[in-house]
Design a protein. Structure first.
Length: 115
């Protein structure tokens, strides 16, 4: 299994970013997937989840209305559109499956929101 996150960067408050996750080594279209994040000095937290079919999504209260999770099962890709970014969104973002033991974590992608 390999999970490769990309798309992070340094942005100002109120700006947007789109994260991508390329998945391989498992049957991506069968697996509910999530985005997680870990801020400095904090535990990793669940940000958003999407069902295997893409028909259901769920979000942490802190990002609801600002972030949108999506997937392309043909491309084996997971996405996170992040709008109205705030300094508290600063973290390393990871993708992984939602349920069961996580796959080996990728390197993540750093998102920094600062003026």
């Amino acid at each position: 299994v390999q999970l490769v996150e990309s798309g992070g960067g340094l942005v100002q408050p109120g700006e947007s970013l789109r994260l991508s996750c390329a998945a391989s080594g498992f049957t991506f279209s069968y697996v509910d997937m999530s985005w997680y994040r870990q801020a400095p000095g904090k535990e990793r937290e669940l940000v958003a989840t999407i069902r295997s079919s893409g028909g259901y999504t769920d979000y942490a209260d802190s990002v609801k209305g600002r972030f949108t999770i999506s997937r392309d099962n043909v491309k084996r890709a997971l996405y996170l559109q992040m709008n109205s970014l705030q300094p508290e969104d600063t973290a390393v973002y990871y993708c992984n499956r939602r349920w069961s033991q996580p796959y080996a974590w990728g390197q993540g992608t750093q998102v920094t929101v600062s003026s």
